[in-house]
Design a protein around this ligand. Structure first.
Ligand SMILES: C[S@@+](CC[C@H](N)C(=O)[O-])C[C@H]1O[C@@H](n2cnc3c(N)ncnc32)[C@H](O)[C@@H]1O
Length: 264
C-alpha cells in the first residue's frame, strides 16, 4: 500500500470513527429504553451485530452480569477490542456473508448496520435464526427519506445549503446501494421473518450538539464525491462546515426507526 493510500485509509477510518462516536450521545438513551423494555437482565446471551463502539456493549455487559454473554461482532473490530473481557467477546464477522456466530441467543440487536449491507435480507434471516425460541430481536435503522432535511426549519440561506448538501449525500448513499427507506420497512420485515409481537417507533433528535459532529463527519466522508457529482462546490462545503462549527444551525439527523419482535 502506498503512503497516500495509507493516509486515505487512515482518514476514512477516522471519519467513520467520528461518525460512530457521535451516535451514542444521540441515540443511546432510546436504544437503552428499548433494551430495558425487552427485559434484558442477568444471564442473558446477547449478540450485538455491527457493534462499532463500546457504549451499547458496556450497557449490555452490566445488565447481563457475570453469568451472561455479550458477543460483539463487526467487520472492523478496531473500535470494540478495548471492551473484550467477560462477559463481552469480540469477533470479526460479516453479518451479510458469514454463518451466524452461534445460536440460542436471548437477544440479537443491530443499530445502523443493515441498511448499508448489500445482503441485508440474508443478514436479517441469520439474525432471526440465531434467536432461541422466545428470544428478542431489536433492529434500529435510519430512514433518511422519512425526514430528509438536515435543517427542518429552513428559514435562511445557511439552512437551505445544509438541506441541499443532505440531499446530495442521500443520493450518493442510494448510489452506493444503501436502502435510504429501510427504517420504515422494519416492522413488515420482522413479521415476514416470522417474529410475533412486532412493534416499532421512530426517534430523531433536533438541535443537539452531537448532531453537528455527526453532520461534520458525514459531510467530510463524501466531500470529494459531492463536488465531483456537482451537488456542491468546495466553497459551499467549507461554508457549511463553518456554519456547523459556529453552532448556529438547528440540525436533525435522519430518524432512527426501532423495531422489535419475539421469536415464537
Ligand atoms: C454506523 S456504525 C454503527 C455502530 C453501532 N452499531 C452504533 O449504533 O453505535 C456501523 C457499523 O457496522 C459495521 N458493519 C458494516 N457492515 C457490516 C457487516 N456486513 N457485518 C458486520 N458489521 C458491519 C461497521 O464496521 C460499523 O462498525
Amino acid at each position: 500500500m502506498t503512503r497516500i493510500d495509507g493516509h486515505l485509509l487512515d482518514q476514512r477510518q477516522s471519519e467513520a470513527g467520528q461518525r460512530c462516536a457521535a451516535l451514542p450521545d444521540l441515540f443511546d438513551a432510546t436504544t437503552f429504553r428499548h433494551l430495558e423494555r425487552l427485559g434484558v437482565g442477568p444471564g442473558w446471551r446477547c449478540w450485538e451485530v455491527g457493534a462499532g463502539g463500546i457504549s451499547v456493549l458496556s450497557w449490555l455487559a452490566k445488565r447481563v452480569g457475570p453469568t451472561g454473554r455479550v458477543l460483539a461482532t463487526d467487520v472492523d473490530t478496531a473500535w470494540v477490542e478495548s471492551a473484550a473481557r467477560p462477559p463481552v467477546e469480540v469477533l470479526r464477522h460479516d453479518v451479510g456473508a458469514d454463518e451466524a456466530p452461534g445460536e440460542g441467543f436471548d437477544l440479537v440487536h443491530a443499530r445502523f448496520v443493515l441498511a448499508d449491507v448489500a445482503e441485508r435480507e440474508r443478514a436479517l434471516r441469520s439474525m432471526v435464526q440465531a434467536l432461541r425460541p422466545g428470544g428478542r430481536l431489536l433492529v434500529e435503522e435510519t430512514d433518511s427519506s422519512l425526514q430528509p432535511l438536515s435543517c427542518p426549519d429552513e428559514h435562511g440561506s445557511a439552512q437551505r445549503l445544509a438541506n441541499r448538501l443532505r440531499a446530495g449525500r442521500r443520493a450518493l448513499l442510494a448510489e452506493d446501494g444503501t436502502d435510504v427507506s429501510y427504517g420504515r420497512k422494519l416492522p413488515r420485515l420482522l413479521r415476514d421473518a416470522g417474529l410475533t409481537r412486532v412493534e416499532a417507533d421512530a426517534h430523531f433528535p433536533l438541535g443537539a450538539a452531537a448532531c453537528a459532529a455527526l453532520e461534520t463527519a458525514g459531510v467530510n466522508r463524501v466531500r470529494e464525491r459531492l463536488v465531483a457529482s456537482g451537488f456542491a462546490t468546495d466553497t459551499d462545503i467549507n461554508l457549511h462546515l463553518d456554519h456547523l462549527a459556529s453552532g448556529s444551525l438547528d440540525l436533525a439527523p435522519a430518524p432512527m426507526v426501532s423495531a422489535w419482535g419475539r421469536n415464537p
